[in-house]
Design a protein around this ligand. Structure first.
Ligand code: E4P
Length: 223
């Protein structure tokens, strides 16, 4: 499963990318406006940090205007994936952009039928928002499983990008379900690596090593 960061914050992206395991980034208009920066400059900086897909969302709501925006965004950098909302006009725009070879992430997906339509329109990926479904007492992960089953059944190449992730258990379940990509806030990304027993164990190992005045393995001469 590919791991993306769901943010427009370059400091967070740099830090996650430094681990060498970051596959891409998703942004949305809310995340971008939080940064208070020119959209184009921000996208270009993100594309320089991450060697992978970077989703950039259109803000028009009519197909023709979405296509125009999408073309302009895609021209900025080869890593850009155009994000279109899952509304009828968004599907029209997706169909057009996909026919031009532009990768589209169809976003704001909340039902299996919406996902099916996005796949039929030629979406590169579809983004079901699981956290927002859980928030309204629906079952976000159930939606992921339904979409994956449908896509497998008809061999759609559209990938399932698990979005609106709130905690590490969402990531575990996305991976168990076979989600292709999981995008998450930086705070969740940080939690993925953490376990108190790892920290306690490491502290003890190092303390035992120190207590016996062992040498640093880096100083051990090779034979
Ligand atoms: C996906 O690409 C969206 O940016 C995102 O996951 C939205 O998540 P939220 O529900 O935490 O805003």
């Amino acid at each position: 499963m590919q791991i993306y960061l769901d943010t427009g914050n370059v400091k967070e992206i740099r830090e996650a990318a430094s681990l060498g395991i970051l596959d891409g980034v998703t942004t949305n208009p809310s995340l971008v406006s939080r940064e208070g920066r020119e959209f184009k400059d921000l996208l270009l900086e993100i594309c320089q940090i991450v060697d992978g897909p970077v989703s950039a969302e259109v803000v028009s709501v009519e197909a023709e205007a979405m296509v125009k925006e999408g073309r302009a965004l895609a021209k900025l950098h080869p890593n850009i994936v155009v994000k279109c909302p899952l509304i009828p006009e968004g599907l029209k725009a997706t169909k057009q952009l996909a026919s031009e070879g532009i990768r589209v992430n169809v976003t704001l997906c909340f039902t299996p039928t919406q996902a099916l339509l996005a796949a039929k329109a030629g979406a590169w990926c579809v983004s079901p928002f699981i956290g927002r479904l859980d928030d309204v007492s629906s079952h976000g992960m159930g939606l992921i499983r339904q979409i994956l089953t449908i896509f497998r059944q008809y061999q759609f190449s559209t990938q399932v990008l698990v979005a609106s992730v709130r905690h590490p258990q969402h990531v575990v379940e996305a991976a168990l379900a076979g989600g292709h990509i999981c995008t998450m806030p930086f705070s969740v990304f940080q939690q993925l690596v953490k376990h108190p027993l790892t920290d306690i164990g490491l502290k003890k190992f190092l303390a035992d090593w120190e207590a016996h005045h062992m040498s640093n393995p880096a100083e051990i001469q090779s034979v």
